[in-house]
Design a protein around this ligand. Structure first.
Ligand SMILES: Nc1ncnc2c1ncn2[C@@H]1O[C@H](COP(=O)(O)OP(=O)(O)OP(=O)(O)O)[C@@H](O)[C@H]1O
Ligand SMILES: Nc1ccn([C@H]2C[C@H](O)[C@@H](COP(=O)(O)O)O2)c(=O)n1
Length: 416
């Protein structure tokens, strides 16, 4: 118990954000060891905590791979509780990078014992911090829970007060090196840390572990084609290959295809590191092929970063890190293409193309379709990436018109 308490000493200075509804944004509150001032207007907290029993859980831990996997596990266990309502809840130090700890707020009916049993089980793990919430007088208290022979006991309590929204949305605080990687070494390190629990990581590491100088391209232009699913990338890249006598490459590269499904099912930390490493394999292929001919690349780092940022940042487009933020900077050790083109079509046209194709949708594609906010965030993140930034291409005309338009653009931008 003493160890647990010493590790949560800083808990009392944290702010918590509960995502009740992503379109309206989170509710913020802070906790303090002793009541401060009047405590503010606690009515919003009353609405949040007021019915039945409320618990929050956060997964800490020095082992980030284990914590990421355990976070997913906690979510499924809480979601399976009968009559429970689970919301995303994060704990953070306002505007302080890397201070975010992800968790959940769970409401259950007052007569539910299943939640207590689940918490007792989860608290076997040192990495879990669980709290209950109670009201006395006009104050709300956050009660840090611990296991004892009698069941759940309150180890410490903090006074809860409403807090102002921070300047930076909490979900932006941990993007660097958790969702987006800015060097080969940082992405590689995640897969090294995964090797014991995901044996396939070793095979992926072997594929990327062949050092060369991937930042240097050959004398021919390298053109990356980016865009949301079904914007016409495959159609255009195939035509460009023929029209320019170019070599067509993809990221992730074909050698990673046997591992993709497996890594797609992993938490963002692992999944995004896998895609980041794929870019370095493709970069090596680009460096080699661009010595001999122009190279067209179907998706590259813009996709890796834009999808990762849009997934990490909850809620509205306005929650994205601002233009010029470090999260949009190209990795210093990754080959830079000559030109990046972002294919853009209206949401209606994209849906027509998706349904016309009639293929099975990936989870993320299905999410794009269902989630207008997510699509907007991916597109906005694409456009905020700098150095190289993307040139937006209107991809709504016919395939041939898009091809002609892009050939002209390549000619003018790459001085062909
Ligand atoms: N300019 C266009 N006009 C009309 N339909 C198009 C055009 N370009 C592509 N399509 C059609 O839209 C669908 C999606 O195109 P395509 O597969 O090239 O997109 P994509 O961006 O590669 O998709 P994904 O990223 O999901 O692989 C296909 O059925 C294709 O025939
Ligand atoms: N270089 C890349 C390519 C793809 N991804 C991720 C982003 C999406 O989750 C998904 C889209 O790929 P598609 O379905 O079009 O094959 O893959 C990435 O992160 N980096």
């Amino acid at each position: 118990m003493a160890q647990r308490l010493s590790r949560v000493r800083s808990w009392g200075s944290r702010v918590f954000a509960v995502e009740c509804d992503v379109t309206t944004g989170p509710v913020y509150f802070s906790v303090a060891a002793t009541p401060q001032g009047s405590g503010g207007d606690v009515r919003p907290l009353g609405q949040l905590f007021g019915h039945g029993k409320v618990f929050s859980l956060h997964v800490h831990g020095d082992d980030r791979v284990r914590a990421a996997k355990f976070h997913g596990d906690v979510k499924s266990r809480l979601s399976a509780l009968p009559r429970g309502h689970v919301m995303e809840m994060s704990s953070f130090l306002p505007n302080q990078k890397r201070s975010l700890v992800k968790g959940f707020l769970m409401r259950v009916p007052a007569d539910s014992s299943a939640a207590d049993d689940a918490l007792l089980e989860l608290l076997r793990e040192d990495a879990v911090h669980a709290c209950s919430y109670a009201t006395s007088g006009d104050r709300w208290w956050q009660q840090l829970l611990a296991r004892s022979e009698e069941g759940l006991v309150v180890a410490e309590r903090f006074c809860v007060a409403p807090a102002p929204a921070p300047e930076h949305h909490p979900s932006t605080l941990n993007i660097v090196n958790s969702d987006v990687f800015y060097s080969f070494r940082d992405a590689q390190q995640v897969l090294i840390e995964c090797s014991n629990i995901i044996p396939e990581s070793k095979a992926v590491l072997e594929l990327v572990n062949k050092p060369s100088d991937p930042t240097v391209k050959g004398k021919f232009p390298v053109i990356v084609i980016e865009g949301l699913d079904a914007t016409g990338k495959t159609t255009l890249t195939d035509s460009l290959k023929g029209a320019m006598g170019a070599v067509l490459l993809k990221s992730p590269p074909q050698v990673l295809a046997p591992f993709r499904q497996l890594f797609d099912a992993e938490p963002p930390l692992i999944r995004r590191a896998f895609y980041a490493l794929g870019n370095y394999i493709t970069a090596r292929q680009i460096a080699r092929e661009s010595e001999k001919a122009p190279v067209i690349v179907d998706r590259f780092w813009h996709s890796t970063a834009a999808y990762a940022i849009a997934t990490a940042v909850s809620g509205k487009v306005g929650n994205l890190p601002g233009l010029g933020s470090e999260v949009y900077q190209w990795p210093g050790d990754l080959l830079k293409p000559s030109l990046v083109l972002l294919l853009s079509v209206s949401p209606e046209e994209r849906l027509r193309r998706l349904s016309g194709r009639g293929l099975e949708k990936t989870v993320e594609e299905a999410e794009l379709e269902a989630n207008h906010l997510f699509r907007q965030k991916v597109e906005e993140a694409y456009m905020r990436i700098q150095n190289p930034a993307c040139e937006v291409v209107d991809a709504s005309p016919s395939p041939d018109q898009v091809l002609q338009q892009v050939l002209l653009l390549i000619k003018s931008k790459c001085h062909l």
